[in-house]
Design a protein around this ligand. Structure first.
Ligand SMILES: [Zn+2]
Length: 84
């Protein structure tokens, strides 16, 4: 299985892609944009996060809105942070 951030689904390929835990150690599950010092950088609900990731995909990848939203709705709820 591909190793990816369990908050935003960004692939964790390089050492520096990883966030940091409470003691400054590398976070195994989260990227640097989501986890710093053991805390989530942005606290928000799953619904808000889906909206945010959709906007990012549109801007960064030029993805059509419907497709971006679909992907976010499909992928994000399967990640550890958002699983109920
Ligand atoms: Zn992340």
């Amino acid at each position: 299985m591909e190793h990816k951030c369990q908050s935003c689904a960004m692939p964790l390929k390089k050492e520096e892609d990883h966030g940091t835990g409470k003691n400054g150690e590398k976070s195994h599950d989260y990227c640097q944009f989501c986890m710093q010092n053991g805390q989530f950088v942005v606290e928000m609900s799953l619904d808000d996060y889906i909206q945010k990731q959709t906007e990012i995909a549109i801007k960064r990848f030029g993805m059509p809105r419907a497709k971006a939203l679909n992907m976010a709705q499909e992928i994000l709820p399967t990640l550890k942070r958002w699983k109920k």
